[in-house]
Design a binder for this molecule. Structure first.
Ligand SMILES: [Zn+2]
Length: 293
C-alpha cells in the first residue's frame, strides 16, 4: 500500500503541474474544472474569508465542577458561564445545555456520556492537568471568541449577571453614612476631600480629583437606581446592596462603584483589571491605548 500511496502522490503532482500550466494561459484543451479546484491547483487560497470573530457574550457555557478555575476566567472575560456546584450531577449540565442552549465544558470520563446526551458540537473536552488560563485560551480559540478590554468584568464574578448600577463616590459616601458604615468623623482627610468635591458642579469633569475613568465593564448593561428600594437598599430581585464590603479607605481613590443588581455585590476598578489584561494579552483584541506597559 506504500507503493500505491507513492503512485497517488505522483499522480497528484502531475495534476498540479498541469493545473499551473493551464493557469499560465496555455491553450490546452482540458476537461472543465470547477473554479475552486483551479484556484487550489494554482496555489491560490479559496476565496472564502475566515469566519468573523464573535464577542464573548455570544458564548454560553456550563462548566463542569472540575473546571471552576476555567469558568472564573471565562466569566471575567465576559463569557456567559454557569458553573456546576460540587454536589451537582452531570445530568444537570446536560439539562442546562439543552434548556438554555449552553455548551458543556468538561474533562475526563464524563465527556463520553455527556457527548452522547447533547451531541458532538455541544460538548468540549479539556485537559484537566492544563492551567486554567491555558484552558481558557483554548476555549476562546476553539469557538473563535475575541474579547476586548471592555469585556473584562462585564459580568458579576459572583452570579454571572451582566447588569450593574453605577454609584459615583459622593453617592456611595452618602449611602455608607446613612447606613452607619461611615462615621462623620472617621477620617479628616476624607471629609476635606468630600467637601472639595461638593464644591464642583460636576465631579466627573475635575481631572485633579477624578484620576481616570474606569476602563472595565464597558460591555455590561446599566440599570437605573430607580428600582432600588431606598429604605432597605434592596434591588427588585430581593438582594440588598452589600455596603459592608466597601472599605472606607478606598473612597479616596475610587471615583466610581458598580453594584450588581442581581446579587448586590459591589465592585470597583482595581489591580485585578490590569492583571487580567496582561494575563490574556494574547487573545484580547487590544487597541494601541490598551497595550500593557
Ligand atoms: Zn452578582
Amino acid at each position: 500500500s506504500k507503493e500505491k500511496k507513492q503512485k497517488e502522490k505522483q499522480g497528484k503532482m502531475t495534476k498540479q503541474a498541469l493545473g499551473k500550466e493551464e493557469c499560465q494561459g496555455a491553450q490546452r484543451v482540458s476537461p472543465p474544472r470547477s473554479d475552486m479546484e483551479k484556484g487550489l491547483l494554482c496555489g491560490e487560497m479559496p476565496s472564502e474569508d475566515p469566519p468573523p470573530a464573535l464577542p464573548p457574550q455570544q458564548l454560553r457555557v456550563v462548566c463542569d465542577n472540575m473546571l471552576q478555575g476555567l469558568g472564573r476566567y471565562l466569566r471575567c472575560l465576559g463569557v456567559d458561564v454557569v458553573m456546576l456546584e460540587n454536589t451537582d450531577d452531570h445530568r444537570v449540565a446536560a439539562k442546562l445545555a439543552q434548556v438554555e442552549g449552553r455548551v458543556i465544558l468538561t474533562c475526563g470520563q464524563p465527556y463520553q456520556t455527556l457527548r452522547s446526551q447533547v451531541g458532538e458540537g455541544r460538548c468540549l473536552s479539556l485537559d484537566c492537568s492544563e492551567k486554567a488560563k491555558d484552558q481558557a485560551v483554548r476555549v476562546l480559540r476553539h469557538f473563535n471568541i475575541q474579547p476586548t478590554p471592555g469585556d473584562i468584568f462585564s459580568r458579576c464574578q459572583a452570579c454571572n449577571s451582566d447588569q450593574y448600577v453605577e454609584i459615583p463616590r459622593a453617592d456611595m459616601i452618602g449611602l455608607l453614612k446613612e447606613k452607619g458604615y461611615l462615621q462623620d468623623s472617621t477620617d479628616p482627610t476624607l471629609e476635606k476631600f468630600c467637601q472639595q468635591e461638593e464644591q464642583e458642579p460636576d465631579d466627573t469633569l475635575t481631572p485633579a480629583l477624578t484620576p481616570e475613568p474606569p476602563r472595565y465593564a464597558a460591555q455590561c448593561r446599566w440599570a437605573s437606581l430607580s428600582g432600588l428600594d431606598r429604605n432597605t437598599l434592596t434591588f427588585p430581585g430581593g438582594s440588598p446592596m452589600q455596603l459592608h464590603t466597601v472599605p472606607p479607605t478606598l473612597l479616596q481613590r475610587v471615583p466610581l462603584f458598580y453594584v450588581c443588581t442581581r446579587c448586590g455585590k459591589v465592585f470597583w476598578e482595581g489591580s485585578h483589571f490590569s492583571r487580567v489584561l496582561s494575563l490574556f494579552q494574547e487573545v484580547l483584541h487590544l487597541t494601541h491605548e490598551d497595550k500593557v506597559p
